[in-house]
Design a protein around this ligand. Structure first.
Ligand SMILES: [Zn+2]
Length: 240
């Protein structure tokens, strides 16, 4: 197991991240590579406190982690609880992290969880990042409600401009290596068809008001195409 970057090291007197009966306080942190919020599920740590690890980790990893964090035969974590290791995966870029928690039962069936250690063990999968962000923009282009909400946030004019730029400038880079790796051949063809249609209409669409945009036949067709293309990407699994 490789430690690419240490994020949190054990320290005595660290406050618990979770206590039973004080709800809503699962610990989260921003992915070191893409900023996406990653959640540490406290209940998952509690449920696995007798095993010392969740099933996301192999025994070999477990042995490494116990040695690295100097968990002795008394099986105590730095906070005095039971040590539990978990692997957390960023849903956007596929970076991987290892968490080291301690779980203590402070009264009958009431637990507290302390995060003692956290490190990054695998860097982002750039092809997967590209794929996920293309799916995100297709979700927006295929969803009238999301477009209205986006317009409310930044104003309709900016929202319409951004929906164009996010496709052409930020996402559709069919010659880049990670783009090609991120999709199957048939997906690349679908994306090109979508791109070519969008390219043929983007300078003819109403650009001031989202409700006006929504009754434009060219845009209606684009929304349908975005839905179809997005659905195909979500149902096809390639080896990214
Ligand atoms: Zn990430």
């Amino acid at each position: 197991m490789e430690i690419i970057k240490k994020i949190l090291e054990p320290e005595y007197d660290r406050k618990p991240i979770y206590r039973t009966e004080e709800s809503g306080n699962d610990f989260s942190f921003a992915c070191d590579e893409c900023g996406k919020t990653i959640l540490l599920d406290s209940k998952r740590q509690i449920d696995n406190s007798w095993n010392g690890k969740t099933d996301s980790l192999a025994n070999r990893d477990f042995e490494f982690l116990k040695a690295y964090y100097k968990i002795g035969l008394n099986n105590k974590s730095a906070d005095g609880g039971f040590p539990v290791f978990d692997r957390l995966t960023c849903s956007k870029c596929d970076s991987k992290y290892i968490s080291y928690c301690g779980v203590q039962e402070f009264s009958n069936s009431a637990f507290m969880v302390t995060l003692n250690g956290l490190f990054k063990t695998e860097s982002a999968n750039l092809a997967k990042t590209v794929r996920n962000s293309v799916i995100d923009i297709l979700n927006l282009l295929g969803d009238y409600e999301k477009q209205l909400d986006y317009g409310k946030t930044v104003g309709d004019y900016i929202a319409i401009q951004e929906m164009v730029c996010m496709w052409f400038d930020d996402n559709y880079h069919p010659d880049s290596e990670n783009f090609i790796k991120g999709f199957s051949e048939s997906e690349l063809i679908k994306l090109k068809e979508f791109n070519d249609y969008y390219d043929s209409i983007f300078n003819k669409i109403p650009d001031q008001d989202i409700r006006t945009l929504h009754i434009d036949p060219n845009w209606e067709k684009l929304v349908r195409l975005a839905q179809q293309t997005g659905n195909e990407l979500k149902t096809q699994h390639n080896n990214v």
